[in-house]
Design a protein around this ligand. Structure first.
Ligand code: OGA
Ligand code: MN
Length: 298
């Protein structure tokens, strides 16, 4: 069931532990078509979560997720996203803070394809996760800005995570031109769907290569204001047992903060992606989900 927004769908496929191959293929197709999908009422141990994830694609261990303070991971491929403390140490990353709009692991040469977040405990309010459609963001970009950024790249800073925590082994950034991280094209062709999308990563310490810093900041501010407009977004309200799977190549996500006294425990797995590229033979039609939404709104 697609949502009323420009992305997102609930997939009803029963228990993921016993889903057959045709079911996995249908779920994967729904994910590419809707950019983010939710499957509800699941009961998954970490090994079951990993086993299901491997049916979507090769898993990645996202090596830079840690800030160095958390408990060691029980499985390399499973990242705990939580505010819960045990023995004086956080059991996971991202605390209870607002998580700024971002695409996972854009600061690596080869970012992730999917991320899948499985909810074990959710707070009574707050902590919703929002998603924004970057195919549509590109399609709706004002023509002047679209032309201006067409051939440009963004350097994606590795230093901080999406709640602003310094990653293990990095020094604070004082000049965006010096921030460590790979450069990726701003217009990215999705290798599975063939459609172009806007690829922005994270706003803090981003830099558009070789431009004067003022000019880079001005263009980035305009891109970000546009790409996070509410018409492009859909927000998921969590229930325990939800598995949410999103496509980092064509969506950004954001989390609302939540009450520090409430517990939120999520287990995340993630799929190995591909190096972002711009292809000249990209599909010039709108992505189908964007096209159907614009038809419905006409
Ligand atoms: C993540 C993330 C948001 C959330 O796990 O990559 O951004 O809702 N999480 O916890
Ligand atoms: Mn994230």
């Amino acid at each position: 069931m697609p949502t009323a927004a420009l992305l997102g769908a609930e997939v009803q496929c029963g228990d993921l532990r016993v889903l057959d191959d045709a079911g996995v293929a249908a779920l994967r197709a729904a994910w590419l078509d809707n950019l983010v999908i939710v499957v509800r009422d699941q009961t998954l141990s970490d090994p079951e979560l990993m086993a299901f994830g491997r049916r979507l694609g090769e898993l990645d261990s996202a090596p830079l997720a840690s800030t160095g303070n958390e408990k060691a991971r029980a499985h390399d491929e499973v990242i705990v996203v939580s505010n819960v403390m045990e023995d004086g140490k956080p059991i996971g990353v991202l605390r209870d803070a607002e998580v700024v709009w971002h695409s996972d692991n854009s600061y690596r040469d080869v970012p992730l394809s999917f991320s899948a977040l499985y909810a074990l405990e959710v707070p009574p309010t707050g902590g919703n996760t929002g998603f924004a459609n970057m195919y549509r963001a590109l399609e709706l970009l004002p023509p002047d800005l679209r032309r201006r950024i067409d051939e440009l790249t963004i350097k994606h800073d590795m230093t901080y995570n999406s709640v602003g925590d310094l990653r293990e082994g990095f020094k604070p950034v004082t000049d965006v031109r010096q921030a460590p991280g790979p450069s990726h094209p701003i217009v990215r062709t999705h290798v599975e769907t063939g459609h172009n999308a806007l690829y922005l990563g994270r706003r803090p310490n981003a830099y558009i290569g070789d431009l004067p810093v003022d000019e880079s900041e001005k263009i980035l501010d305009a891109l970000w204001a546009h790409a996070t407009e509410s018409q492009l977004t859909w927000h998921h309200r969590w229930r325990a047992g939800d598995l949410l799977i999103w496509d980092n190549r064509c969506v950004m996500h954001h989390r609302e903060p939540f009450d520090a006294g409430a517990r939120r425990v999520m287990h995340r797995i993630q799929g190995k992606g591909d190096q972002p590229v711009r292809r000249l033979d990209a599909n010039s039609l709108p992505h189908p989900r964007s096209a159907s939404a614009s038809r419905d709104n006409a």
